[in-house]
Design a protein around this ligand. Structure first.
Ligand code: PEP
Length: 271
């Protein structure tokens, strides 16, 4: 049974005060919504790397079930790579997840299917940090009928390096699968959301792609939807059979909206 995962991508937003207040505020809401019961879904926040330690500290004190992830990582473990941060560094400070190949990194920083796959392979070899592989098509690609081809190429590049096993329980002491986030580029930060049917169609395609190689891994891999998720549409999106939560940008920057999205996950997890 897959748990729902609600992940916040803060992008390049925030400061020390906001990091403290947002993580504490979300923790308080999550605790009060759960009414003393164990959390029935997972929560992840991905602040800018300079605030990762802070977020880990605050989450540790407020609600250890809130996990912290980075927005990018080097494929190298150490060395002369100015400005880069490595997997051992993330792991040492208690950061257990990393977003890979977010469309903004592909668009503005020249990341390619191959360079993203190398980072994913580094995560697989390292084991202590769960990769969240972001995939998705542009508007032009969707309109040209290329959505499945684009997503397939993005995932295939990773499969070519790590095989289907790289998506299985290789992470956090062999307890966690890798995560995939389907984020249509045209829906990110635009206010346009894929309809639940559009999103489900691509999620089912991704799951079938994995299932053609290993049904067990496909069935246990969380596939998140990202692209203008907000409190008003989260429930309907997360209710789709192959949508296992969301990667949230704008709405993850406010305690109220992020907690409302968590509430949608809780509602579905308990239904
Ligand atoms: C994102 O940054 O991954 C994202 C989905 O952003 P937004 O929710 O703002 O569209």
């Amino acid at each position: 049974m897959r748990r729902l995962l609600v992940a916040g991508n803060w992008k390049m937003h925030g400061d020390v005060t906001m990091t403290t207040e947002l993580v504490e505020g979300v923790a308080a809401k999550v605790v009060s919504m759960s009414e003393g019961k164990d959390l029935s879904y997972e929560v992840l926040v991905c602040p800018p790397s300079i605030y990762l330690s802070k977020a880990v500290d605050v989450a540790g004190r407020a609600l250890s079930e809130i996990k912290v992830g980075a927005q990018n990582v080097s494929e190298h473990s150490h060395g002369a790579y100015t400005g880069e941060i490595s997997l051992p560094m993330l792991s040492e400070i208690g950061c257990g997840y990393v977003l890979l190949g977010h469309s903004e990194r592909r668009q503005y920083y020249g990341e390619t299917n191959e360079s993203v796959a190398k980072k994913f392979a580094a995560c697989t070899a390292f084991g202590d940090v769960v990769p969240v592989l972001c995939v998705g098509e542009s508007l032009a690609e969707r309109e040209a009928g290329l959505t499945e081809q684009v997503v397939e190429n993005q995932i295939q590049a990773v499969l070519d390096l790590v095989g289907i096993e790289g998506f299985g329980k290789k992470y956090l002491q062999n307890t966690k699968n890798a995560v995939i986030a389907y984020e249509p580029v045209w829906a990110i930060g635009t206010g346009k959301t894929a309809t639940p049917e559009q999103a489900q169609e691509v999620h089912a395609f991704i799951r079938e792609m994995l299932a053609s190689l290993d049904r067990g891994i496909a069935d246990s891999t969380q596939i998140l939807y990202g692209g203008s998720v907000k409190p008003s549409n989260a429930l309907e999106l997360f209710a789709q059979k192959d949508i296992d939560g969301g990667l949230i940008g704008g709405a993850s920057l406010e305690i109220e909206s992020f907690s409302e999205i968590c509430k949608a996950a809780q509602k579905l997890a308990e239904s």
